[in-house]
Design a protein around this ligand. Structure first.
Ligand SMILES: [Zn+2]
Length: 129
């Protein structure tokens, strides 16, 4: 990818952002610079092949971005956008099942447990009515 493409891409992202919340010209400029830099550094350490086996990208305590190899507790939509991807697109590209959370397994487990506890509480609450 050419350097120019990063700028163009960054502008697109900035424009999308500006549509969501009002931004001053200075904000847009610094945002574009920031995104351009992020895109460049992301591309620099992007190998031709995925960093690791996509099946192993979601680990116990972190999830590895298959685009740039960065590790996260939770992979955010915002990060994926830097690669020009949506969560859906990312999963499709790397053959990850739709229902898989792009988050560390331990975190997903903890969240699931909390949800179950909440549901139990709700059920208890309903019974008392
Ligand atoms: Zn990435």
């Amino acid at each position: 990818m050419e350097k120019m493409d990063f700028r163009t891409q960054a502008f697109e992202i900035a424009r999308a952002q500006a549509g969501v919340r009002p931004m001053t010209a200075t904000e847009v400029a610094s945002y574009v610079a920031e995104v351009t830099q992020a895109l460049e550094s992301a591309m620099q350490d992007t190998p031709a092949k995925p960093v690791i086996d996509p099946r192993n990208s979601i680990g116990e305590s972190y999830v590895t971005c298959l685009e740039c190899g960065k590790k996260f507790k939770v992979m955010t939509i915002r990060h994926l956008r830097l690669h020009g991807l949506t969560a859906k697109g990312y999963k499709a590209k790397w053959g990850i099942k739709k229902d898989v959370s792009l988050a560390a397994k331990s975190l997903v487990r903890m969240r699931r447990k909390k949800m179950q506890e909440m549901r139990l509480w709700e059920r208890k609450g309903n019974q008392e009515k």
